[in-house]
Each structure stands twice: as structure tokens, then as C-alpha cells.
Design a protein around this ligand. Structure first.
Ligand code: ZN
Length: 127
């Protein structure tokens, strides 16, 4: 098996990673803004103007928790993408961390920040 990706491949993956990063950063900005606005509204006592049913409040809290959870997932993903970009510069991109073989391009196109090849990933999930 080929041990390294060509420069052209790496450029393609780098573009992919940067694109994903941009999308996620935008998402996080959007989520944080939304969450912040809601909190500020409540802190300012805007509630007094409305007749709030308990159910509405509960849904609202749930929404916010959901958004915050989502933001933290996205942040984790952002970290993974950064790490993958670093690996491209170090020449270690696309190498399985378990068996050191090259991860397939098909897999990397779907998950450009994959750390394991399909085989090792499956093994890990079975454990
Ligand atoms: Zn592997």
C-alpha cells in the first residue's frame, strides 16, 4: 500500500478541512448569539410582559440546553479539524493512529479528520 498522499491530494483535503472549519465557526457564532440573546432577554426581565405557561418555560430551557450542547460538540469538531490541518503540515495526515496504515481517500473525503482507518474504527466500536 502507498504510504503517502500526493501533494495534490493533500491540497484537496486541506481545502476540505478549511471549508468545514468555516461552516462550523459560522454555526457556533449563530448558536452563541441566539443563546446569548435569549439569556439577556430573560435577565432584563422581559418575561413580565408575557403570560408564561410553565410548559413554555420548560421548552425554552430545553432549547437553550440543546443549543449549548450543540455548540460544545461543534467546538470539539473544530479541534479535530485543527489537529488534522496540523497533521497535513507535519506530513502525518491520513495515517491511522492504530495500525499506521493509510486511511482510504473515500473515508477521508467523508470524514477528513478521521484518526483511524475503517478496520481499526470498527474494532474500537466493537470493544
Ligand atoms: Zn488502522
Amino acid at each position: 500500500m502507498k504510504k503517502k498522499f500526493t501533494k495534490k491530494d493533500l491540497v484537496e483535503f486541506k481545502k476540505l478541512l478549511i471549508k468545514r472549519k468555516g461552516e462550523i465557526t459560522e454555526n457556533i457564532d449563530h448558536i452563541s448569539e441566539d443563546t446569548l440573546k435569549k439569556s439577556q432577554k430573560e435577565a432584563a426581565g422581559d418575561i413580565s410582559g408575557y403570560t408564561y405557561h410553565m410548559a413554555d418555560v420548560a421548552t425554552d430551557n430545553y432549547d437553550r440546553e440543546f443549543s449549548l450542547g450543540l455548540a460544545s460538540n461543534e467546538r470539539e469538531l473544530l479541534y479535530e479539524l485543527d489537529d488534522a490541518l496540523k497533521k497535513i503540515d507535519e506530513g502525518a495526515f491520513g495515517v491511522c493512529e492504530e495500525c499506521k496504515s493509510l486511511i482510504t481517500k473515500v473515508r477521508l473525503r467523508a470524514v477528513p479528520y478521521a484518526r483511524l482507518c475503517v478496520k481499526c474504527q470498527e474494532k474500537k466500536e466493537k470493544r
